[in-house]
Write a protein that binds this ligand. Structure first.
Ligand code: ATP
Ligand code: MG
Length: 227
């Protein structure tokens, strides 16, 4: 039986216009992520990892090539539908947490649920559970500026999970965390992958963590090298 592909990119290229001219950042990337798979992406700074992750998660569009999510070509999808689709299907954990500074931890976490029109009490109950699992029960009324870097990142993880996404794309999720907290966060990812079948694509410089993925892909200068 063929495995279900959750995300598929075919011949994806991305270039940016800069003052110095056209900068080609992704140079023809073809990659499939299977449903329920945990894939690590490694590679030097500037290799194009974040750019690829944004395109796989439909936050950005390729210059050429195609991205499919569960078989659906995202090129023809307008921005509003794309935003709804991301809200319902994909959780993002960014290299920098992107929490809203004027809202507290709980408010940041429930936000995607409220945007989707869910009832406050239901979303709040789930958010309490997630924040508890992440060791943040005593910090739910703190604003991002009143949290440590690691705590901010864990709030961002809870926010990424609140809509029960089918895929989580994470960019250096443990970059700001000490080893112990980083391992705990990864344990949670592995647990969510096993219990709920959520697919993960994780950019990380941490070999101990990438070794726990089902598969690791290396990027070099805008291309993939399977390793
Ligand atoms: N919007 C943009 N405009 C112009 N150049 C960009 C843009 N975004 C990224 N780049 C360039 O593309 C290259 C790849 O960037 P990207 O952020 O994908 O790298 P990365 O592999 O994630 O690196 P790091 O490990 O440092 O996060 C870099 O050289 C960067 O300067
Ligand atoms: Mg990056």
């Amino acid at each position: 039986m063929a495995m279900n592909k959750i995300i598929e990119a075919k011949d994806v290229a991305k270039s940016f216009r800069t003052e110095a001219g056209e900068l080609q950042v992704l140079k023809g990337i073809t990659i499939s992520i299977n449903a329920g798979e945990m894939v690590g992406i490694i590679g030097a700074s500037g290799a194009g990892k974040s750019t690829l992750l944004h395109i796989l998660g439909a936050l950005d569009r390729p210059t050429s090539g195609t991205v499919f999510f569960e078989g659906r070509d995202l090129a023809g999808v307008d921005e509003n539908s794309l935003a709804r689709f991301r809200n319902a299907s994909i959780g993002f954990v960014f290299q920098f947490h992107h929490l809203l500074p004027e809202f507290n931890a709980m408010e940041n976490v429930v936000m995607p649920g409220l945007v989707a029109g869910r009832r406050y009490h239901e979303v709040e109950r789930e958010a309490l559970g997630l924040l508890g699992e992440l060791g943040l029960s005593a910090r739910i009324r703190h604003r991002p500026g009143e949290l440590s870097g690691g705590e901010q990142q864990r709030v961002a993880v809870a926010r990424a999970l609140i809509q029960s996404p089918r895929a989580v794309l994470a960019d250096e999720p443990t970059g700001n965390l000490d080893t112990l907290t980083g391992n705990d966060l990864f344990d949670l990812f592995v647990d969510l992958n096993k219990k709920r079948g959520i697919s993960f694509v994780i950019v990380t410089h941490n070999k101990t963590l990438s070794d726990r993925c089902h598969r690791v892909i290396e990027m070099t200068d805008g291309r993939l090298a399977a390793s």
